[in-house]
Design a protein around this ligand. Sequence first.
Ligand code: VTB
Length: 322
Amino acid sequence: MEKMLTLDILRVTEAAAIAAARLMGKGDRKDADRAAVNAMRTTLNDIPIHGRVVIGEGERDEAPMLFIGEEVGCGGDFEVDIAVDPLEGTNLCATGSPNALAVMAVAEKDGLLFCPDTYMDKLVVRPAAKGVVDIRASVKENLNNIAKAMGRDVDDLVVVILDRPRHEQLVKDVRAAGARIKLISDGDITPAIAAIVEGTGIHALMGIGGAPEGVLSAAAVKCLGGEIQARMRWRSDEEKKRAKEMGMDMSEDKVYTTDDLAPGENIIFVATGVTKGDILNGVSFFGGGARTHSLILSSRTKQIRFVDTVHVLDRVAKITLR
Ligand code: VTB
């Protein structure tokens, strides 16, 4: 599957990123999101899969496209589950800020958690700290254990947290424990990846963000190593009801591990940069075409690929390769 589908999947996130990047800095996040969704859906329906969207743009009645449960693809041998975030960081794109991405993960059937669009409390750590943290433990205890496992002091650690009033106590706790913090305005998939990769200067991600982003982050963790732990944080009774209908455990105490969120053995994770960020360059346009930068991860081969693509939309365009 990995060999056959990788380039097709790459085309999907590339198309979404190019469409969204055209609207970068225009101040309308919904417009940019819509453009990414449209492009992703059109390209997705052109690839040889029987796909089912398990993480999408929301439930059927509130999202006209790429809703949870939607069938996509043009048929063929592969029956797959798909998680999409056509524009991760809609605000980042609308304001031309770093780290907006087009993201997608594909796995064999039942390889990614089928979960509603709600919130999730997350803890992501490096491979070195795998097995020494517990999301139910205190922030201090977790930070001490991460520092010990990484052979450094707590004040050498940097934790990424979404800058939201709901994280006031978390921020206080991290500071009290002695670690440093990078507060971000939006987009917790990029820092989830940064938290598991050496040399990024990020050592953990903590706090409550989107559940869809949590499942996508778990797909990346499954490919790269490290660990994610998560707990559902329902926003309303309506969401709980939907989740119950999907057969989910309603308890906010249930801890989801990497394998609960992304149980697949054959996961492909692809992200294309929309705006230039910590891991990827954004889309750049030139007369007659565009250039994209993407990350492709595979849980089976453990290969990490960075793909730089020049899309020539006008055949007479002058192509500059650097
Ligand atoms: C979260 C986070 C996303 O939006 O969903 C956040 O996981 C929304 O949080 O990466 P609020 O409802 O508190 O604004 C993102 O940051 C994407 O922009």
